[in-house]
Each structure stands twice: as C-alpha cells, then as structure tokens.
Design a protein. Sequence first.
Length: 420
Amino acid sequence: MNKNNPGNVNRFDPNTNFTRDSFKTLFTPVFYKDFECIGSDCENHCCHHWTITVDRDTFKKYKKHGDIKVRTIAEKKTKSCGQNGIDYREIKLEKNGNCPMLDEQNLCYLHKNYGEDWLPQICNLYPRENKLIDGELYTSLSISCPEAARKILLDPGSMTIEQEPVKAKTTLPKYASKLMIKNPELQRMFKQMAYNCILAENSETVEGRLFNLGVLFRLASQRLEKGERIEPLLVSFEQVIASGDLNQLLEKTEPVQRTQEYVLQQLLLENSLSVGNEFLSNYRVQARELAQQSGVLDLSGYYAKYCQAGYEKLVDTHGHAFLNLMLHWVYSKAFDLENSSVLFEQFAVFALKFFYIRTLCGMLNKADNSKEDSAALLVGVTHCISRNADHDRNFSKLVHAGLSQQGMVKPEHILGLIKV
C-alpha cells in the first residue's frame, strides 16, 4: 500500500496469483466483521491529502472510459510515479487537498456512478490490511481510518478473533498480500507471547503491559544479536510474566525525563510531524495553546504534571481501548525475527506512537469531558497520529533521527519513555 509509504511491505501484489488452495485457515477479528465504510459521513476521509496511486490496468481502463470526466482526470490529473504495476500513476490532488474524483457530497464520483470495480486497487483495499502467511489469512484494518479506529478501540470485545478452516463456501476477501516469512511457526510463537504480555493478569496498568512487551522485544533482540535462537526465551518468558518480576523491574525503572521532554518538544513544536494532516495539526495547536496558558517555560516534568491526570481519566472510562491498541498492533504486524536492531526498532516506533497518543489525549481530555467526548478524542488522536506514524516513512525517520542526535535510542531510553 502506498498511502505516503512507498516502502510499506503490507501491500497487495497483483502479480501474485492466489488459488483457493493457497488459503488453509481464516482469522477474522470482530472489528473486521463489523466494519463498513461510512462514506460522506467520515470526519477525516481517505480521499484528502493522501498519496493516491492508480495501478496500470485501471489507468488503461480510465483512458478508454466512455465518461469524458474520467478520461480527463486520467490524462490531466495524474502523473507518472514509476513503472511497477501497482503504483503506476499518482493522482494530482486539488488545491484543497481533495482527490479530483471527490464530488460535492464527499463521495467518490467513480464509485457512485460506476461501482467499486472501477476504483484503483489501492482505493478498493484501504483500510483493509489482509495478510497471507503460510496458508493462514489474517484479515485486519488500518487504525488510521477513523471508522476502523472506532471499531477497534471502543468495543471491549473487538479483538476477539474467530478462526475457521477455509472451505469451498468460505467467503474470502478480494485482496490480500502474501508475506514470505522464513519461520512461520516462530512468528506464531512470538506473537502469542506478545499477547500474553499484554493480557498478563498481574499487570495492573496499561504501561505495565506495554513494559512487558518492551522487555520481550529487548531480550529477543539481545539473543538475535548474539546469534542465539529465541525459542528458549519464548518457552520461559511465560514464567517470567507470572512471577511478577517484570512488575518489580518496572517499579525500579526510572522515567527517562530527558527522552520524554525531547519527544514532547517534537510533538508540540515540530511542524513537519503533521504535514498534510489537518486533524493532527489542529490537535497540536490546541496542545500548544494549553501549554502556553499553563505558563510552561520548561518541559521538565511537564507530562506528569499536565498530562497524566487527563490520561488516567481516559483509562478509567476506556482502558480497554489502550489494550486493544496494543493487541491490534501485534495482530497486524509481521515481526522481523532475524534482525536484532530491526526487531527492537519495530517496538520503539510503536512505543513512540503510544507516547504521542497518551500525551495528546492526556493534555486534551478535559476534566468535564463526557464519556462520549473522551471516546471521540481517543479515536481522533489515535487515527490521525497513525496516519503519519504508520504510513509516512518520513515521520518515523524524523523522530528517530532526532533521538539519535540526542543519543536516546538505546532500549533503556525507550522503556524509560513508558514510565511516568
């Protein structure tokens, strides 16, 4: 998929031909079954300020279309962006950031008049992220879509996953990406242990569960760096969780205020973090105004003083949403279990995203907010941060480069970012 991320590995490959025999097992989360695009009612639709590409076959169809509007857009409102079949042409957005196919009712002209078969593959796919791994098809949605975020975050049971064998009458999704995983069984084992970290009954806080996850990634990365297998770690880590040792380790972990201050400064002041993302820009403006009103001159200790109370109020009413956020990430992600630095960096990027979400929600969740207001804030902040964090490589590069310059990319800095 190329929504501002040409290097995203989670993409549909039209050159991959699937037969029904390719699918052995289907995994379907509750949030996927319940999802339906809300079209013009969407508060932050995907036809605005996103890179929208047209595959080669669809572009050829547009040039021969009987509708002059479709032909004109194909000829005058697209530009070359490569020779591969998926990202063949890029649609030139209007001055207001909208796709030229969007009409006055915020509906797609193509879809409304000619049906979904005329949409580019990328528009047919998003926000679906379906992955085929070793015969197992995992259906999912990108949390960068507002309606998908609502389904994923707000329903306590959204991450319940149904598993069924694929039979002759099983309905399969139209698109999927085939991921070549060297050791699928190890991937399954690692994900299961990641779920156990998040669902640990003896972890009383959201941060404790995220910390468990961080320690798992850190220890797995260390073993890979030494050339050791990680299977023994996965076998023994359940006992580590049950022992309560991780809770004690979290208690002894000191918050790395220097890292927190730097990331908070980026969030409030680095405008390039929200380029082309009006929702995130608006949230950041509100957060800056609140910081100015509080007369803050020094960000030292700012999070604990000004953000934590609002965040804890949100956890009281929607604690399940933060667990679902973590569970959805583990479920939807394919982890690199061969490369030490890449594996921990995958966790680090998520931890930074979590910190951004936690911080903005904490700053903007007012004491008199209703439960509905808090839910809308949580969905809004999560989906708009995910648009950049999950789909824009420059976002993570910018954050990582800044942390590297400050010497804050070691595992202890990331784990210390979690602790308040």
